[in-house]
Design a protein around this ligand. Structure first.
Ligand code: SF4
Length: 245
């Protein structure tokens, strides 16, 4: 299947979007472009809440794709419910082949400690990749300044779902700072996950997230003690297909 946009078109759109307001980038994706099936991937973090708010104002029924790994903090799940109710969101929970219990039976307890790549593969990469087959484009809340591994992300990119199947990945707040995200929340009277108030800078699955200390990188609390920096859904090989990084 041909890509939705050619590499040249992506290049031109990136030149146009680099200094564009995030709301206008989302307006292009959700209202003006020919993209019919667009989903917003979110774990309901601060910048994700901003993107959800902007997207839902443009298209109230836009699917919000949430990876329900079974390992989230209770606070995250409660916050997700709170925001969904308040904004009337169309949240789609994505689940892998295992429950927490069946994963423990198949692969042993605490797989996230022994083999976090496999745990992410089972609970994030596989269900997410499967769900993406129903979309032409997906939207993230990635920010370049959140970590070195994200410093080079473009606003718009080809996402090669599998060999012969491309889609569009849109990072409308790529050039936002952390401060801009929190300013947006404040200006729009939006709530945040209460874990931020306890010292968490980023919030992922509970076993793989710790608070950060003064002076640490904001993603230092993710998969602490391992070389892992991404769950895998944001990493894909040039030849196609999601990698299990
Ligand atoms: S972030 Fe941790 S608990 Fe969540 S899927 Fe990945 S390894 Fe498993």
């Amino acid at each position: 299947m041909d890509p939705v946009f050619t590499d040249h078109e992506i290049e031109e759109l990136n030149a146009r979007f680099e200094h564009e307001d995030a709301r206008e980038i989302l307006r292009w994706a959700l209202v003006d472009s020919d993209l019919e099936r667009v989903g917003v991937a979110s774990s309901f973090q601060a910048e994700g809440t901003c993107v959800i708010d902007m997207a839902a104002k443009l298209r109230p029924d836009v699917p919000i794709l949430f990876l329900e790994t079974g390992f989230h903090f209770a606070e995250t799940l409660a916050f997700k419910e709170q925001l969904a109710e308040r904004l009337g969101l169309n949240v789609v929970d994505l689940v892998g082949e295992h429950t927490v219990e069946s994963q423990a039976a198949a692969h042993g307890e605490r797989l996230y400690e022994r083999n976090p790549d496999l745990c992410c593969q089972l609970n994030k990469v596989e269900p997410f990749t499967q769900a993406l087959h129903g979309y032409d484009a997906w939207v993230t809340a990635l920010r370049r300044d959140s970590s070195p591994s994200r410093s080079g992300i473009p606003i718009l990119e080809q996402y090669r779902l599998e060999p012969g199947r491309s889609m569009v990945k849109l990072n409308p707040v790529a050039n936002w700072t952390r401060r801009e995200a929190w300013d947006y929340l404040r200006e729009n009277d939006l709530p945040h996950n209460p874990l931020y108030d306890l010292g968490y800078a980023q919030v992922g699955c509970a076993p793989c997230t710790r608070m950060v200390f003064l002076g640490e990188d904001e993603r230092a609390g993710r998969w602490d003690g391992s070389q892992k920096v991404e769950c895998g859904i944001h990493v894909h090989t040039p030849a196609g297909g999601a990698a299990s990084a």
